[in-house]
Design a binder for this molecule. Structure first.
Ligand SMILES: Cc1ncc(COP(=O)(O)O)c(C=O)c1O
Length: 393
C-alpha cells in the first residue's frame, strides 16, 4: 500500500528514509505499535541517553552544572520547535504543573473572570480550571456536537468577561483537532488570553507561536515527542511573563537559583518563574535525545507522513464499514484516529493478544500512529479487526 513509499514527500529536497528511521524503534520489531497518543515508542537514541545518564552518575558522581546544562539544552530545543525564545519556555514535570503555575498567577477578582474550556479537555486541565472557581473564576464549558466543536461555538462563548480561553488542540478521547488559529484570533479580538494544550498534537505537525496568537502552550514529552513521562513544558509569550506572578513556585523559579535566599520571593524575569523545584535530570537526557530525532526528521516530513498513514486508516475503516468517531477531514483530526466500539476494553485486549498495541477512551478504539509506522502495520491492524469486528460499531 501507498504508505510505504516516501517519494512524494517534499521536505527541503530530502526524503527521509522511513525504513531506516523505523529501525531506531526496536519495539516495532516485536509489536504493531499504534499507541503513540498514550506513550511514544522508545528509540535507541533514548535508550542510549538513559545509559549515558547512568554512566555519567557513575563517572562524575555529582555534577549539578552539567545536569542543569541538560535542562537548558531541552529548553532551547523546545523553544526551537515552537519558534519561541528560550526565555519564554519553562521546563516542568507535567502538564498539570504547567497549568497550575499559570492558574496561580491569574487574578479572578476583576470584571474578566471567565475561563472558556471545551468538552474535549483532558481531565487534568478542566479540573484545574474548575478548582479556580474557589478563587473567583467562572468556568464556561463549550460542549461538543457530534464529535466536533465548530469555531462559531467558541465565538459565542468568548466575551468581554473572558479572562482566558484554555483549550486542547487535539482531543485525547476521539482525536478531533480544533481550529486553534481561528479560536486564538477570536480570543485576541475579544481581549482574552489564550492557552492551548498541545499534548496530543505537538510532534505531529508544525506549531509556531509567532504565527498563531497564543499566549501559553502546554505540552509534554511522553507521547508524540517520543520522550518520557516526568518532563513537560510551558511556553509563555514574553510580554506576559513579568505581568504574571505565580504563587505556585520554588527555588528553581527564582531570579538566582543558587542565591539560597530563604528570606523572600524573587521570581525570575524569564518563564523560569513558572518552574518549581529540582528538574527531572534523567528525563532531560531523554528529552534531548528524542527532540533530536524530531528535529532530524523534521516536522514537515512528519506531518506529511502522518497524513498519509491516517488517511489509510480512515480508508480501510470505511471500506470495512466501521464507524469513525472523528471527522475524516485531515484539518479536523490529529494523528489519533478513533473507531466506535461496542466493547472498548475487549477490542483493545483482543488486539493486544495479537501483538497490536492500541488503547481506548469513551467508547472509542484509539489508533495512534507516528512517522515510524508503515503500511504493513495498518494492514496487520485491519486484518485483526476483521476477526473481532463484532466488538466494533
Ligand atoms: C491533552 C492532554 N493533556 C495533558 C495530559 C497529561 O497531563 P499531565 O502531564 O499533567 O499528566 C494528557 C495525557 O496524558 C493529554 O492527553
Amino acid at each position: 500500500m501507498a504508505v510505504e513509499t516516501s517519494a512524494d514527500i517534499e521536505t527541503s529536497g530530502v526524503d527521509p528514509d522511513w525504513a531506516k528511521i523505523r529501525k531506531r524503534f526496536p519495539v516495532l520489531e516485536n509489536k504493531t505499535y499504534l499507541n503513540s497518543c498514550s506513550y511514544g515508542a522508545m528509540s535507541t537514541d533514548v535508550r542510549e541517553a538513559l545509559y549515558r545518564y547512568i554512566q555519567d552518575r557513575e563517572e562524575r558522581g555529582t555534577d549539578w552544572d552539567y545536569w542543569v546544562g541538560r535542562n537548558e539544552s531541552v529548553r532551547a530545543a523546545v523553544a526551537d520547535f515552537l519558534g519561541a525564545n528560550a526565555d519564554e519556555i519553562a521546563i516542568t514535570t507535567s502538564a498539570s504543573a504547567s497549568i497550575n503555575s499559570i492558574a496561580s498567577a491569574m487574578d479572578f477578582t476583576g470584571r474578566r473572570k471567565k475561563v472558556v474550556i471545551s468538552a474535549f479537555e483532558f481531565p487534568t486541565d478542566a479540573q484545574i480550571w474548575y478548582a479556580q472557581e474557589l478563587r473567583g473564576a467562572e468556568v464556561v464549558r463549550v460542549p461538543e456536537r457530534d464529535g466536533y466543536i465548530p469555531v462559531e461555538d467558541f465565538e459565542s462563548a468568548i466575551d468581554d468577561e473572558t479572562l482566558l480561553v484554555a483549550v486542547t488542540h487535539v482531543c485525547y478521547y476521539n482525536g478531533a483537532r480544533l481550529d486553534i488559529p481561528a479560536i486564538a484570533e477570536i480570543a485576541k479580538a475579544k481581549g482574552a488570553m489564550m492557552m492551548v494544550d498541545g499534548f496530543q498534537g505537538l510532534g505531529t505537525f508544525e506549531f509556531n507561536v509567532r504565527r498563531i496568537p497564543v499566549d501559553f502552550v502546554v505540552g509534554g514529552m511522553l507521547k508524540y515527542l517520543l520522550g518520557s513521562a516526568g518532563l513537560a513544558f510551558l511556553y509563555v509569550r514574553d510580554e506576559l511573563i513579568e505581568k504574571l506572578v505565580p504563587t505556585v513556585t520554588g527555588w528553581f523559579a527564582q531570579s538566582d537559583i543558587f542565591a539560597m535566599d530563604n528570606t523572600r520571593y524573587d521570581p525570575s524575569p524569564t518563564a523560569r518563574r513558572f518552574e518549581t523545584g529540582t528538574p527531572p535530570v534523567p528525563n532531560s537526557y531523554v528529552a534531548e535525545a528524542s527532540l533530536g530525532i524530531i528535529a532530524e526528521v523534521g516536522l514537515p516530513a512528519i506531518e506529511h507522513r502522518i497524513r498519509e498513514i491516517t488517511a489509510e486508516i480512515i480508508a480501510q475503516a470505511k471500506s470495512a464499514g466501521y464507524t469513525l468517531a472523528v471527522s475524516e477531514d485531515p484539518e479536523r483530526h490529529g494523528a489519533l484516529i478513533t473507531l466506535r466500539a461496542h466493547d472498548e476494553d475487549a477490542i483493545v485486549e483482543a488486539l493486544a493478544a495479537e501483538g497490536i498495541v492500541t488503547s481506548c477512551r469513551a467508547g472509542n478504539l484509539r489508533i495512534s500512529p507516528h512517522f515510524y509506522n508503515n503500511g504493513d502495520d495498518i494492514d496487520t491492524l485491519f486484518g485483526a479487526l476483521r476477526k473481532h469486528a463484532h466488538l466494533l460499531v
